[in-house]
Structures are given as structure tokens and as C-alpha cells.
Design a protein around this ligand. Structure first.
Ligand SMILES: C[S@@+](CC[C@H](N)C(=O)[O-])C[C@H]1O[C@@H](n2cnc3c(N)ncnc32)[C@H](O)[C@@H]1O
Length: 284
């Protein structure tokens, strides 16, 4: 009850909202417009009271001056939207094994490893879907081929969840029956990703807006960066796409969300119309 009163009494002034907005923008490229002020206020209020602080100003001061990694991570967790599920963009995955992988293999010399990056992987569904499709559709045709999947996000709680690989009904509702039987272990209401799939995927914390952090992931053949750029403004999207471009191999492909486009963001990629999906190819 006392907490509820404290939460209610906290006020975010225009000046402090602008300072928070700029601080978050500098760090992540995420722009909190005035319409999102209510969401930001609600999320941060709970945290401020939990930390025993009594104003937004105090919290901002701590974030700025003490640079506590854990607190910055919390901030990321508070401001990100992490909805995801297996086989989300099904037609993209279809194109991935039918057209993209054969095309990449055609241009790769003496290299038996395919590197795929799920660059805003949230709780891991996209990264594991890629690994399952590889095992089911690609491995039987190219038994020598190895897959490395990197799943990354700025939200540490999501990454922790992904590493555990235990999901409920919402996440698995699009999974075809065959995959469900082969690549999950069902325990009550839980669906646990099999070890065979888990060992193909590595989860790490990377901010795709940050060009220094992105240096940790290079030489990718395919990057999935789906349903993340929608949260960014034009200039941040340009930075993100340029970062992803630098992490791709020549002849590599970028997939973005169905509602997203690189129009006005980058001319470096060639837009490729696949039978049921769009992809962006790095040709130079
Ligand atoms: C809506 S989820 C999309 C998950 C998955 N790609 C999909 O399509 O199902 C967006 C994710 O992007 C992550 N994200 C937002 N900004 C990011 C950044 N700068 N670097 C890495 N991940 C980021 C969020 O934490 C969140 O987990």
C-alpha cells in the first residue's frame, strides 16, 4: 500500500522527461516521443520506488553518473517490447532454406560453416526456429555443412529465458507438429527445446545500435533483424542497418520484419524478390 502511494506521488516533469528521452536515445537510438511518455513513466516509477529513491531526477542522476551496468540493463528491459514466437515469419524461413542457403553455398568457397545471426532475438524463438529448419531441411541435403546461430538482444532477462529454452503454448502455437515432436520435449505445459537444437545456438548481449559492440559479430551469411527497427526513428535505423551491413559477408542476406523496409534507409543492399518473401542482399 505504501509503495502504491509512493508510485502515485512520483511526477515526471517535462524537463526530466526530455532528459530521460535524450539519455535513452544516446544509449540505444530508441526515441521516446511524447505519446510514449505515459508508458515510460509507468515503467520507471515502479523501478524508482523499488530502489528506494524518491524522484525521477535522482534515478536519472544515478544512471548518468554511476553507469551501473545492471541498472542500464534494467532500463533496457523496461523500455523494450519482446514479443516473439516460433515460426513467426514462416514464409521467410521457407525462403531461407529453399533459396538463400543454396545461393550462399554457391558463392562460398571451401567453407563448411553457415553463420546466421538473429540480431534482436528476444526470448530466442527466432534463433531456435532457424536451427530447427537447418536440421530438418538443410542438413539432410548437405550433411557436411555446420551451422552456427548467434542470438543477441539488449534485454538480459530475455536472453536468460532463451538460454533455458522452455516455452509455453503461446510461443509454440505456429510450430508444425513434426517439429514439435522432434525438437521439443513436452513436460506438462512446458515445451523444452532439445539439446540437439540448443547446442547450435549461442546467446549474447549486443546492442545493434552500438558499432563497437557489433564488432563482436562478423562474417555472417544471413542476418535476421525482424520487428525491431519499427521502434527506431530514421536516423537510428540508418545506423543499425549500416552496422548489420558491416557484419554480413559479401553475398550475405538480411531479413527484416514484414512491416519493415529499407526504403530511404540504405542503398547498399539489393532488394531480392523471392517467391514468397523479400530479402536484402549484400553484393559488394
Ligand atoms: C518485438 S521483439 C522481436 C523478436 C524477434 N526478432 C521476432 O521477430 O519475433 C524486439 C526485440 O528487439 C530487442 N531490441 C530492441 N532494441 C535493440 C537493440 N538496439 N539491440 C538489440 N536488441 C534490441 C528488444 O529487446 C526485443 O527483444
Amino acid at each position: 500500500m505504501a509503495d502504491e502511494k509512493l508510485i502515485k506521488d512520483l511526477e515526471l516533469s517535462d524537463k526530466t522527461f526530455n532528459e530521460f528521452r535524450d539519455f535513452i536515445y544516446e544509449l540505444t537510438g530508441l526515441y521516446f516521443s511524447v505519446e510514449k511518455r505515459i508508458i515510460l513513466t509507468r515503467k520507471l516509477k515502479n523501478r524508482i520506488v523499488k530502489l528506494g529513491l524518491n524522484s525521477f531526477e535522482q534515478y536519472l542522476h544515478i544512471l548518468r553518473t554511476q553507469n551501473i551496468k545492471q541498472e542500464i540493463n534494467f532500463l533496457f528491459e523496461a523500455i523494450t517490447i519482446n514479443e516473439s514466437y516460433f515460426f513467426r515469419n514462416e514464409l521467410q524461413f521457407h525462403s531461407f532454406y529453399k533459396f538463400i542457403i543454396p545461393d550462399i553455398l554457391g558463392s562460398k568457397a571451401n567453407d563448411n560453416i553457415i553463420r546466421v545471426w538473429s540480431s534482436a532475438c528476444s526470448t530466442g524463438e527466432e534463433a531456435y526456429t532457424i536451427a530447427m529448419i537447418f536440421q530438418e531441411k538443410i542438413k539432410p541435403l548437405f550433411p557436411e555443412l555446420q551451422l552456427q546461430v548467434i542470438g543477441s538482444d539488449i534485454n538480459n532477462s530475455s536472453l536468460e529465458f532463451a538460454r533455458k529454452g522452455t516455452y509455453q503454448h503461446y510461443s509454440i502455437q505456429n510450430v508444425p507438429e513434426l517439429y514439435l515432436k522432434k525438437y521439443f520435449l513436452q513436460q506438462g505445459n512446458n515445451y523444452i527445446v532439445s539439446d540437439e537444437i540448443k547446442k547450435l545456438v549461442r546467446f549474447i548481449n549486443i546492442n545493434i545500435y552500438n558499432d563497437k559492440q557489433i564488432n563482436n559479430v562478423r562474417n555472417c551469411d544471413v542476418i535476421f533483424s525482424c520487428n525491431v527497427m519499427i521502434y527506431y526513428d530514421l536516423s537510428s535505423r540508418k545506423i543499425i542497418v549500416n552496422n548489420l551491413y558491416n557484419s554480413l559477408n559479401k553475398n550475405g542476406y538480411l531479413f527484416i520484419g514484414y512491416t519493415e523496409s529499407l526504403h530511404g534507409i540504405s542503398k547498399s543492399f539489393k532488394l531480392v524478390h523471392l517467391p514468397q518473401a523479400l530479402a536484402y542482399k549484400k553484393e559488394y
